[in-house]
Design a protein around this ligand. Structure first.
Ligand code: FEO
Ligand code: CA
Ligand code: CA
Ligand code: CA
Length: 599
C-alpha cells in the first residue's frame, strides 16, 4: 500500500454524534480533508462543475455521484503517487437539480443520471508520506465508466438467449453498470464491483415471469424515468424483456489501462451483489465471497477452476470465468427452543454452529435439477431457493481478514424477520449483526465452515439484545446497521454503517472492533459523517496514519432549496463557492482522515 510508516492509529472513541450534525467528526488529534467531490473535473478538458449548468457530457468527465466502494493504493514504495478507484452507486435527483431544471430538461437529467453512475479511476499524488493525497486532474490513468460504457459479458452464460436484446443480439455486450455498491481490489490489481439494486432502474416485470418477480421489479414507472428516453429500461418494450438480466453481476475493471473493456462475470451469479472481494486460497485457487443484499436472501461464494499466477495479470484476469458457485447453509448448535428472538444467548453462551457450501453449478455442470448452467447463473436466486440455503438478514459486505484468515459478513438489518434461527436470532432485527466464519482447515475453498455471531448491534443503553462477545456493554460505542467491512494491518475489523440515523438516532459512523485478546468485542467509534449520509468504502492505512471513507448521499432527505446538508462546500477549507454556482447543494465526496499528533 505504499505505507512506509509504523502507525497504529491510536484514538479515543468519539461520542456518537447527533444525526442532524452536518460535519465530519473525527477523534482528537486527527484532521480530515476532501480529496474528491461529485462534479470535480477529472480530465484536462473537463468542464468545471456548475450546478445550474449541468450536462451529461460534462458529468461523463467529472467525478460521479454517491461514491460507495473506495480503493486507495500507492503506486510504489515511495508512496508519493497512487491511484483511487471509487464507484458511484446511484443518484439523488431531488437534491442534484432544481425542479425547474428537471422540468425544462427531462432527457438531459436522465442522461446526467446515467453519466453520474458507474466508477471513477483517478490518479493521486502527495508531497510526503503521511500527508494528504490530492487528485491529479488529467492523470494518465484517469477514467470514467458510466451507465453508457460498453461492457463485455464473460463466462458460461455469455451469449445465452436470456441475455439477448434488440440492441445486442449477441448477448455479450452491455451498456453500463448500475447500482455499484461495495467491491474490492483483486490480488492481480483489478477492481471488482457488485451491481446491487439494479431492479429500480427498470419498469417491469413482464406478466408471468417468475424470475423477474423473484428480483422484485416494481410494476410502475421508475423514479428516474430513464425508460422514457431509453427503451431498454422498460422490460415490457419489444426486444427488451432481457435487459434486466444484463445487470446484477460482479464487474471487473483494469484501472491501469483506461482503454480496456470492462467485464461482467456471469460465473459469479446474478443477484443484488453487495460486494466481491477476491482472496487467493492456499491451493492457489481464487475465492470470491458475495452477499445478496435483500431481506431473506443468501450468501454465496465462487471458487475458481484455475489457480493464481503471481505477476501474470492476463492469466489471472481469466480466473473468474470458470469455477464453481456455492450458496451457504448455516446450522446452529443450540436447541431451536433456546433462540427466543430477543437476542438472549443460548445455554452454551454463543450464537454459533457449523455450515456448508452447497454447490449450485460449475462452469460445465449444473447441480440444481431443472436448471442449466446458464439458468443457475442468470436466475441464481431461483436456483438457490431450491437447495435449502439459509435466508439471511440482508448480507452486505463480506471480507476476508488477512491476519486471521476468517471471513466476516455484515448483516445490516431485517425488519421482516419473524422466524428466527441461531444465525439470525433477533425478531425484526433493527440494528443488524456481524457473523464471523472460519472455513474448514482455514481453506477458503472448503465446502464446510464453523461460524459465530461476532456482535449483535445496537445501543447498549437502549437495547437489551446487544452482544459484543461478552465485552462490557457500558464500554462500547453504540453501533447500528453494519454495511462495509475493512481491516487494518493488525487484523482489527473496521465497520462502516448505513442507517443508524433511523434506528439509534445518531449519524452513520465508522467503528473499530478488536478481534484478538482480552478486548475482543470492543467497539470504538472513530468518526461520524455529515447529515443524512452513510459511511462507505472504508480504507484503513494504519501504517500510514490515515483512514479514508466515502461520504455517500449527504442531505439525501432534503429537497432542492430546502437542503438538509450543504457539506462539504460550506466548509471554509474548501474555499469560496465557485462563480457560477447559483445554488449550493451537498456533494458526495472522498475524505481522508489523518493523525496529526501523538496520542
Ligand atoms: Fe448499497 Fe447493500 O448497500
Ligand atoms: Ca450455540
Ligand atoms: Ca453497501
Ligand atoms: Ca446498505
Amino acid at each position: 500500500n505504499g505505507s512506509t510508516g509504523a502507525g497504529t492509529l491510536p484514538f479515543t472513541a468519539i461520542n456518537p454524534v447527533s444525526r442532524v450534525v452536518d460535519q465530519m467528526t473525527v477523534p482528537a488529534g486527527y484532521d480530515h480533508g476532501v480529496i474528491l467531490r461529485w462534479g470535480d473535473p477529472l480530465f484536462a478538458d473537463s468542464p468545471e462543475f456548475q450546478i445550474e449548468a449541468q450536462t451529461a457530457a460534462a458529468q461523463a468527465k467529472q467525478f460521479g455521484y454517491n461514491c460507495d466502494f473506495l480503493a486507495v493504493q500507492a503506486d510504489d514504495e515511495t508512496g508519493l503517487t497512487g491511484l483511487l478507484v471509487s464507484n458511484h452507486e446511484y443518484t439523488n435527483e431531488n437534491i442534484m437539480f432544481s425542479p425547474e431544471f428537471i422540468e425544462a430538461n427531462p432527457q438531459e437529467v436522465a442522461d446526467i443520471g446515467l453519466a453520474a453512475h458507474g466508477l471513477s479511476v483517478v490518479e493521486l499524488r502527495r508531497d510526503s508520506v503521511g500527508s494528504k493525497w490530492e487528485y491529479v486532474r488529467g492523470g494518465a490513468r484517469n477514467r470514467r465508466i458510466t451507465g453508457m460504457t460498453e461492457f463485455t459479458v464473460d463466462g458460461p452464460a455469455a451469449g445465452h438467449e436470456l441475455l439477448k436484446t434488440a440492441e445486442d443480439p449477441t448477448g455479450t455486450k452491455v451498456l453500463g453498470t448500475l447500482g455499484n455498491c461495495a467491491g474490492g481490489f483483486t490480488p492481480w490489481g483489478t477492481v471488482l464491483s457488485g451491481e446491487e439494486n439494479f431492479d429500480g432502474y427498470f419498469n417491469g416485470p413482464v406478466t408471468n415471469n417468475e424470475a423477474q418477480e423473484r428480483i422484485g421489479y416494481a410494476d410502475e414507472p421508475t423514479a428516474r424515468g430513464w425508460e422514457k428516453f431509453h427503451p431498454r429500461f422498460d422490460l415490457r418494450n419489444e426486444g427488451y424483456v432481457n435487459e434486466g438480466n444484463r445487470f446484477g453481476w460482479i464487474v471487473e475493471i483494469d484501472p491501469e489501462d483506461p482503454t480496456s473493456t470492462p467485464v461482467k462475470h456471469t460465473m459469479l451469479g446474478r443477484f443484488k451483489h453487495e460486494a466481491g472481494t477476491a482472496v487467493v486460497a492456499d491451493n492457489g485457487k481464487v475465492v470470491v465471497y458475495s452477499g445478496d443484499d435483500q431481506r431473506h436472501d443468501y450468501l454465496y461464494k465462487f471458487v475458481s477452476a484455475g489457480t493464481y499466477v503471481e505477476g501474470d495479470k492476463k492469466h489471472n484476469m481469466g480466473l473468474l470465468s470458470a469455477g464453481t458457485l456455492y450458496v451457504a447453509k448455516f446450522t446452529g448448535d443450540s436447541p431451536a427452543a433456546q433462540i427466543d428472538g430477543k437476542g438472549t444467548l443460548p445455554s452454551d453462551g454463543r450464537f454459533d454452529g457449523c455450515g456448508e457450501w452447497i454447490a449450485l453449478t460449475s462452469d460445465t455442470e449444473s447441480f440444481v435439477p431443472g436448471f442449466t448452467v446458464a439458468e443457475v447463473l442468470i436466475n441464481t436466486r431461483l436456483a438457490a431457493d431450491k437447495v435449502g440455503a439459509t435466508k439471511m438478514d440482508r448480507p452486505e459486505d463480506v471480507e476476508t481478514n488477512p491476519v486471521n484468515g476468517r471471513v466476516y459478513m455484515a448483516l445490516t438489518n431485517n425488519k421482516d424477520r419473524t422466524e428466527v434461527d441461531e444465525v439470525n436470532p433477533v425478531v425484526g432485527n433493527r440494528d443488524g449483526h456481524v457473523v464471523e466464519m472460519k472455513e474448514a482447515g482455514g481453506d477458503h475453498t472448503a465446502t464446510s465452515f464453523v461460524w459465530n455471531i461476532l456482535l449483535l448491534a445496537g445501543d447498549p443503553r437502549m437495547s437489551s439484545s446487544v452482544y459484543f462477545q461478552g465485552y462490557p456493554k457500558e464500554k462500547v460505542s453504540p453501533i447500528s446497521c453494519p454495511d462495509n467491512l475493512a481491516f487494518d494491518s493488525r487484523g482489527n475489523l473496521w465497520i462502516s454503517t448505513d442507517g443508524a440515523p433511523g434506528t439509534i438516532g445518531y449519524g452513520d459512523a465508522l467503528h473499530k472492533v478488536v478481534l484478538q485478546g482480552p478486548d475482543r468485542g470492543r467497539v470504538a467509534q472513530f468518526l461520524s459523517v455529515p447529515r443524512d449520509a452513510e459511511t462507505c468504502g472504508p480504507v484503513i492505512h494504519d501504517l500510514d496514519n490515515s483512514v479514508f471513507v466515502n461520504v455517500q448521499h449527504p442531505g439525501e432527505d432534503g429537497e432542492w432549496g430546502a437542503h438538509t446538508s450543504l457539506w462539504p462546500d460550506h466548509l471554509p477549507a474548501n474555499g469560496p463557492i465557485q462563480v457560477g454556482d447559483k445554488v449550493r447543494a451537498p456533494r458526495p465526496s472522498v475524505v481522508q482522515v489523518w493523525l496529526t499528533e501523538d496520542q
